[in-house]
Design a binder for this molecule. Structure first.
Ligand SMILES: Nc1nc2c(c(=O)[nH]1)N[C@H]1C(S)=C(S)[C@@H](COP(=O)(O)OP(=O)(O)OC[C@H]3O[C@@H](n4cnc5c(=O)[nH]c(N)nc54)[C@H](O)[C@@H]3O)O[C@H]1N2
Ligand SMILES: Nc1nc2c(c(=O)[nH]1)N[C@H]1C(S)=C(S)[C@@H](COP(=O)(O)OP(=O)(O)OC[C@H]3O[C@@H](n4cnc5c(=O)[nH]c(N)nc54)[C@H](O)[C@@H]3O)O[C@H]1N2
Ligand code: SF4
Ligand SMILES: [Mo]
Length: 710
């Protein structure tokens, strides 16, 4: 028997907890904690301890599938790859290359992200390539680019040790970042510091001694404008920092002046005393760290919401000093690298802009093409699906994303996928989206590939291959095989992920996201390396912006914020806000975690949370189901009581399609992120008999009842 042990990282969230996987004769048999793993030090949540169970799972796709007579049937790799490529070729010939599109994901390694961006531009020759970070980090990334000139967490999380005040804004730490972060918050509390939580719902991580600001959903910019005004009134502006390191303060402050404490109380439902206390705590310390999650970001005003938080951080000078920072919490394991390496519709690799002629020239030279061979910027994720609905996009390659659960207004997504002439899905498991596919190619899991990942902190780490791909070919092999069939083999001749990484380092040299000094050997030796790292002897850059920001003039920018009403706002017909998010035991569309028995037991299917008083007001009793109607649709689900919620707010975990049936596909105009965190709904008790919807064997007892008229 051959035994071996390989060090790797959890495939789910951006904390990237490390562990060792033990194999016997090429099969994973167990997992050992890696006690010194960066950031999380051997910690693992229940998803991590079971992550390896997906690799050899009986549901794994072990053979490609092609649609024949309306049914997906097994095919050989050659048949399936030929059919996949032929579909894209036929569409391009008849309707032009922009009639094909590619959608991908932030769970892919940096190498695959890079190859996919290149594949879209040089093999499919389409403008339309985007990825699921559009649903996730788009608003935070856009705001960080606007304010600071770069898109990366500015302070490594270990600086939380030095923080006196931590402000957690719309991040559900106990479910979404369950390892390391709760410990840091406890440390802050134990050492006499304060945790401020800005969230309409109190997650388990919120403690009685914290200052919990249960604002009305969708009102972050109002609250943070009010906070800026109050901090200025109390004389807490760091004038020296503002004068020497930033521009635009006066305009930002002017935009905040209408938001006096009474106005904030009236619109955002934040008590005047709470606003004053927050202003005193945040303004009165030099060691304050902001951590924001998707709460303020997945809104139609997501970008301005984040900018309003940044305004407060900059005004107090909470940047670049010990225990300080305005930090976004990236979500997927490679949510950071996923937005760096060119799979975004407006971006070339290493954060280079597709619209900047100099960047186009640099990338074209490395790729051995002319700048005009690289297509222009294309559409974002939801816009690509919309174009499919209009039959402007007719072919779609979907790899590592599951829009039939995760995109807003999923019933419309089902129609859009059905109206495609050609859908190719690459996924280790048959997903809801793959049911619409013409060709399904078995994708790889984390254990079947090598490469690099960039964690939420901006730390580049290394993934080693543990076992051979169960279907015989891995994702990179699929990309290469398709490229060859589309006549672009020369651009994808890399022998290994390491060769891809070397090309990426070269493309990044001297650019905004510089990996040129990072080598796989360094990643093996160290705890990872933070970018930018421009040379082999450069130590990497854990802390950004100590002396300058990434804008050409080195200054950060304030932005005036004019809060807007949510488009889908509450009214008499839809008086309650539905907000959505995560459960500890499931990951995103649950296509992986939903197959792991231990996780399914804890979180078997959809439900909605109501405050018990809200349930009483609507005469909903314990065993009733709740019928929820939004302007999109109606669903029927079981409910659970949660005293940590506002009376006028419901929470629904999003891991099952019942949730996004309700959410509209409207977008934040600046970042094109959907408003997953705010849907106006009405509720009633539902005791009616209903048809149960078929869905894996999750034991889901939810039902999608009907479509409501807009
Ligand atoms: N277990 C688990 N962990 C995960 C994931 C998973 O699927 N499962 N996914 C990963 C990914 S991709 C991501 S992006 C992260 C997401 O991490 P989080 O952003 O922490 O996760 P969410 O559950 O979406 O929680 C958002 C929080 O915002 C609050 N909120 C809702 N509306 C508002 C509002 O208007 N304003 C404010 N201030 N708050 C509001 C909600 O009550 C909730 O507490 O998690 C990562 N970690
Ligand atoms: N209502 C609501 N909707 C949301 C959110 C919310 O808070 N509320 N959150 C949004 C957020 S933050 C995100 S990030 C998106 C995520 O939305 P999705 O893009 O749907 O994310 P996943 O469910 O991870 O889908 C990834 C798919 O790729 C497969 N996969 C995983 N790893 C690999 C790999 O290495 N190779 C290949 N080929 N396939 C792989 C998985 O099996 C899965 O089917 O959802 C968003 N949708
Ligand atoms: S899901 Fe996140 S917290 Fe849980 S083990 Fe994996 S990386 Fe760690
Ligand atoms: Mo995400």
């Amino acid at each position: 028997m051959t035994r071996s042990t390989t060090r790797t990282h959890c495939p789910y969230c951006s904390l990237n907890c490390g562990f060792d996987l033990r194999t016997e004769d090429g099969v994973i048999v167990d997992l050992d904690r890696w006690k010194q793993s960066p950031l999380t030090q051997g910690g693992l949540c229940v998803k991590g301890t079971t992550a390896h169970e997906q690799v050899d799972h009986e549901d794994r796709l072990r053979s490609p599938l092609v649609k024949r007579n309306g049914r997906l049937v097994e095919a050989t790799w050659d048949e399936a790859l030929d059919a996949a490529a032929a579909g894209f070729r036929t569409i391009a010939e008849a309707h032009g290359p922009d009639a094909n599109a590619l959608l991908s994901g932030g769970s892919l390694t940096n190498e695959k992200v890079y190859l996919l961006g290149k594949f879209a531009r040089l093999a499919m020759r389409t403008r339309h390539v985007d990825y699921n970070g559009r649903f996730c980090m788009a608003a935070a990334g856009k705001a960080n680019m606007m304010a600071f000139g770069a898109d990366r967490m500015m302070t490594p999380l270990d600086e939380l040790r030095n923080a006196e005040v931590v402000v957690v804004i719309g991040a559900h730490i106990s479910a979404a970042f369950p390892v390391a972060l709760p410990k840091y918050l406890n440390l802050v509390r134990r050492t006499g510091g304060t945790v401020i939580v800005v969230d309409p719902r109190a997650g388990r991580f919120v403690k009685p001694e914290d200052l919990h600001i249960a604002l009305e959903p969708g009102t972050d910019a109002i609250f943070f404008n009010g906070l800026l005004r109050e901090i200025a009134r109390r004389g807490y502006i760091d004038r020296n920092f503002v004068n020497t390191r930033t521009t635009g303060f006066e305009e930002a402050l002017a935009s905040a002046l209408p938001f006096d404490p009474e106005t904030v109380q009236r619109i955002a439902d934040v008590p005047i005393a709470a606003l004053e206390q927050a202003a005193e705590l945040i303004g009165g310390t030099t060691r304050c760290m902001f951590l924001h999650g998707r709460g303020p970001e997945q809104q139609l005003s997501g970008t301005s919401n984040v900018l309003s938080i940044i305004n407060v951080g900059l005004a107090c000078g909470h940047v670049g000093r010990p225990g300080a920072g305005v930090n976004m919490l990236t979500g997927q394991r490679n949510g950071q690298g996923g937005r760096e390496w060119g799979q975004r519709c407006d971006q070339l690799p290493a954060g280079r802009s597709i619209r900047d002629p100099k960047h186009r020239r640099t990338v074209a030279a490395r790729w051995g093409v002319e700048p005009h061979d690289i297509p222009d910027a294309g559409d974002s994720y939801v816009e690509i699906l919309d174009a499919a609905g209009r039959r402007e996009v007719r072919g779609l390659l979907s790899i590592c994303t599951n829009m039939a659960v995760s995109a807003p207004d999923v019933r419309r997504v089902d129609e859009q996928l059905a109206s495609l002439d050609h859908l190719v899905v690459v996924d280790p498991f048959l997903s809801e989206s793959a049911r619409h596919a013409d060709v399904v190619l078995p994708g790889s899991t984390f254990a079947e590939e090598a490469g690099t990942i960039t964690t939420l902190e901006g730390r580049v780490i290394r993934i080693d291959q543990v076992v051979a791909p169960v279907a015989g070919v891995d994702d990179m092999g699929i990309i290469r095989a398709l490229a060859a069939r589309l006549g672009a083999a020369d651009h994808f001749a890399h022998e290994s992920p390491a060769a891809v990484f070397d090309e990426m380092r070269a493309v990044s040299a001297g650019g905004p996201i510089d990996y040129s000094g990072i080598t796989l050997d360094r990643l093996r030796r160290d705890d990872g390396v933070f970018w930018p790292c421009p040379s082999l002897d450069h130590p990497g850059t854990p802390q950004l912006y100590r002396e300058r920001f990434a804008h050409a003039d080195g200054l950060a920018r304030f932005h005036p914020i004019v809060p807007t009403e949510p488009l889908d706002s509450v009214d008499d017909g839809y008086p309650i806000v539905l907000t959505t998010g995560r459960l500890l035991a499931q990951f995103l569309s649950a296509n992986q975690t939903g197959r792991i028995e231990r996780l399914q037991k804890v979180a078997p299917g959809p439900y909605v949370e109501l405050h018990p008083e809200t349930a009483r007001a609507y005469s909903i009793s314990k065993d009733d189901r709740v019928r929820i109607t939004s302007r999109q649709a109606t669903v029927d689900v079981p409910w659970r009581s949660n005293r940590g919620l506002r009376y006028d707010t419901l929470f629904m975990p999003y891991h099952w399609p019942e949730c996004n049936v309700l959410v509209s596909a409207d977008l934040d105009p600046l970042s094109k992120i959907p408003g997953f965190k705010y849907t106006a709904v009405r509720i009633e008790s539902s005791r009616a008999e209903i048809d149960l919807r078929e869905r894996r064997d999750t034991g889901s007892s939810a039902a999608i009842v009907s479509e409501s008229k807009k």
